[in-house]
Design a protein around this ligand. Sequence first.
Ligand SMILES: Nc1ncnc2c1ncn2[C@@H]1O[C@H](COP(=O)(O)OP(=O)(O)O)[C@@H](O)[C@H]1O
Ligand SMILES: [Mg+2]
Length: 335
Amino acid sequence: MNKMLTVEDLTISFRTDEGVITPVQKVSFEVEAGKTLGLVGESGSGKSVSTKALMRLLPGSAVLDRASRMRYRAKDGREIDIENVRSTRALRRLRGGEIGMIFQEPMASFSPVYSIGNQMMEAIRLHRGLRGRAARALAIEMLDKVGISNPTARIDQFPHEMSGGMRQRAMIALALSAGPNLLIADEPTTALDVTIQAQVLDLMRSLQDELGMGMIFITHDLGVIAQIADEIAVMYLGTIVEKGPTREVIRNPMHPYTVGLLEAIPSLDRLEARLKPVPGDIPSPSERPSGCAFHPRCIQAVSGLCDVQAPPERAPRAGRAVSCWLHAEEGRTAA
Ligand SMILES: Nc1ncnc2c1ncn2[C@@H]1O[C@H](COP(=O)(O)OP(=O)(O)O)[C@@H](O)[C@H]1O
Ligand SMILES: [Mg+2]
């Protein structure tokens, strides 16, 4: 195993007007070099907050629990404890140059007042030390790589001059131009129609192969994860309820929430069905249910147990983990 990122017991709270909420609780996962971890769960489960912590992009109201560990292996082989990075210089290097991020909304990555090329060349200057003609050539190469036709002309366009799908590609090119080792893709295809979504997924897969980056791919759609991730971590209300190799988790889901998410993937024989993953709504972190947080929505919940005590995390097989009373007797306590 060749881990480039090890997250252990990541716990994040926010001070709010209504008191302290903890939308991420003891989250642990790993990313192997050159592989993709798919982080899946309904909106509000804490996916974005968890990954923002990796870029140290949480707002001032956020509090990281002291047990939280984010160990990252940088391009030069050094181990970085992300939670302890202090200097502006080190933070700047971490963001973009080591860990890149792309979002659902490309306009969040771009400034409206500079051309695409200007912004890419700035990232290239900052993270790769290239200027002028060399920087421009690399930016054009990146635009070409992400499938933007006529990149020598397009490089001088402004973000608003591009179509949605094109802007999405340009955002990927911008993130890649800094040469990240790890790319966090936060629902990058959610706003796109199905055809373009498939193209962008293809693109990201081939870029990853070519560049050997690690990736964390976030989505609420297990169908998308199935196409791109090597490993899956399923998140519910701030905790990871199940994780393992993609194929295994999809063939043999163990947590009732994973089962629900899988059943919600539209299949060819029920194209119209964009089912709600699981009946009911995900509660707010300020109203976390007792015991297993999923129990109020779980058809298999055992009263007197699931509503009282949180299930232990078990590792029924190497590489798999599940937190559910249905599987509490299987395998070993997860590490
Ligand atoms: N700055 C913040 N202040 C307070 N609560 C926040 C803040 N950012 C996110 N949250 C809360 O954290 C929870 C998880 O959010 P998020 O990570 O965005 O979920 P996801 O990405 O899985 O949809 C949500 O309940 C959200 O309201
Ligand atoms: Mg999100």
